[in-house]
Structures are given as structure tokens and as C-alpha cells.
Design a protein around this ligand. Structure first.
Ligand SMILES: C[S@@+](CC[C@H](N)C(=O)[O-])C[C@H]1O[C@@H](n2cnc3c(N)ncnc32)[C@H](O)[C@@H]1O
Length: 220
């Protein structure tokens, strides 16, 4: 998925992925990350997710990465968060009290651009990318994660032939293929959520599962 695709989606307001409530799986399972107040959570491809507000309210520090400036401006304006903006070779850094967002292409960000990361929260990021981009995403994300950092990963799994993505279907088998070499993968929950998702029912899906995984680095 090229940057232009996402810029157009934000420009057109086609952001059905953006939720107006906190993700219930995140609030339920965040403790599995084994993090403490003040620890730093990376939210790749963060959009203007309100989940970042919840994480901050729980006294975690948050760093998001998002390519759309419309999304980042929207996040700070809609939540009335005072912030500073600075320019960097990779893009713009929005800084506020406890939530920073790097407005940049995820693949241009390196660990030197980030604070020490204690955990990752990935909802609707991996599934935003077509299959051929996912190995690069996982490889790059792994370079941003210290060995001790865990990830809470939320994917959608549905019969891919029934709908074009994004969101793309990412099954448990694919999560194992993508992360299995470097991470211990614990499937936490499978939530049959089609009944709550009219927009996917309208697209003709016969099954839609939200899947939650805990990823822990597999250090030999
Ligand atoms: C499906 S949305 C999910 C947003 C957010 N995680 C949420 O839960 O609402 C995917 C987001 O990734 C952003 N994005 C796509 N490719 C990107 C890239 N290469 N670097 C940074 N952000 C990207 C898009 O602009 C979009 O906001």
C-alpha cells in the first residue's frame, strides 16, 4: 500500500478503521505486556487512535508513527492536546506531555529516532499492509524493539477472497510465519465479531474474527 493511498483515504475521510471508543482487547490485555507506569509504548501506524489517550491516562508514555499529517493534526486538535512541532530529516515530530507522534514513513524511522521502547501496541497496523509488505514491516518493527519488549498484536482474520483489503486478513498461521523465528507467539483470544461490524457484513463477509496475540522475543 503506497503512501498516496493513505493520504487519499485521510483526505476523503474514508477512515472506517478509526474507532470512537477504546479497544476493549487493549484495555483487557495490556497488563500482559509486563510494563509499568512511565514505560514507553510504541504505536506503529497509529492513525489518530484514541487508544493512545487511554494508554497515556494509564501513565504510560506513548510514541506513535503515522504517515498522514491530517491524521496527526486531527489527533492533537480533536483531543485538545497542546504540542510542539519540530522538523527532522524523516518528517515532523509532534511532542506533548506523554504522547509524541512522528509524522513520517514508518520505514524511515530507526531506533536512534525513538526513545527506549518497552512495548509495542499494534492494532490495525499489520493488517493495513498488503501481504508482500508484511515481512518488511515485521523485520523493521523488530529492529525498533529491544529484546525485552513485548507486543500486543490485534489482527482481523476473514476469508480474503470475500473482500479486498485493507484491512487485510492476517490469520494465526501468518502471524506464526511472520514472527515465529524471532518471537514466542501466544494466541490470547479469538473474538467472532462479525455481528458487531455492519460495514463488513455489507461487504459480504461470512466470517470475521478479531485475534489477539502476545509476542515475546525469543532470545536463545
Ligand atoms: C488501518 S489504519 C490504523 C490506524 C490505527 N492503528 C488505529 O487503530 O486506528 C493504518 C494507518 O497506517 C498509516 N500508514 C500506512 N502506511 C504507513 C507508513 N508506511 N508509515 C506510517 N504510517 C502509515 C495510515 O495513514 C493509517 O492511518
Amino acid at each position: 500500500m503506497q503512501a498516496d493511498f493513505w493520504h487519499q483515504r485521510w483526505q476523503a475521510g474514508e477512515i472506517g478503521f478509526h474507532k470512537h471508543e477504546y479497544n476493549a482487547h487493549m484495555t483487557r490485555f495490556i497488563d500482559l505486556l509486563g510494563i509499568e507506569q512511565g514505560d514507553h509504548i510504541l504505536v506503529p501506524l497509529c492513525g489518530k487512535s484514541l487508544d493512545m489517550i487511554w494508554l497515556r491516562e494509564k501513565n504510560f508514555r506513548v510514541t506513535g508513527i503515522e504517515i498522514s499529517q491530517l491524521a496527526v493534526d486531527g489527533f492533537f486538535a480533536e483531543n485538545n492536546i497542546e504540542h510542539d512541532i519540530s522538523e527532522h530529516e524523516w518528517g515532523l515530530m509532534y511532542q506533548s506531555n506523554g504522547i509524541n507522534i512522528l509524522c513520517a514513513d514508518f520505514f524511515d524511522i530507526h531506533s536512534a529516532d525513538l526513545p527506549h521502547i518497552d512495548a509495542v501496541y499494534d492494532r490495525a497496523s499489520l493488517i493495513a499492509l498488503p501481504q508482500d509488505m508484511r515481512p518488511d514491516y515485521v523485520a523493521h518493527l523488530t529492529t525498533l524493539m529491544p529484546d525485552t519488549a513485548r507486543s500486543l498484536l490485534i489482527t482481523l482474520d476473514y476469508p480474503q477472497q470475500e473482500m479486498d483489503g485493507p484491512p487485510f486478513s492476517v490469520s494465526g498461521a501468518e502471524v506464526r510465519r511472520l514472527f515465529g523465528q524471532q518471537f514466542i507467539i501466544e494466541p490470547i483470544l479469538t473474538d467472532d465479531c462479525l455481528a458487531n461490524e455492519p460495514r463488513f457484513q455489507e461487504k459480504g463477509l461470512s466470517r470475521l474474527d478479531e485475534r489477539v496475540f502476545l509476542l515475546t522475543r525469543n532470545i536463545p
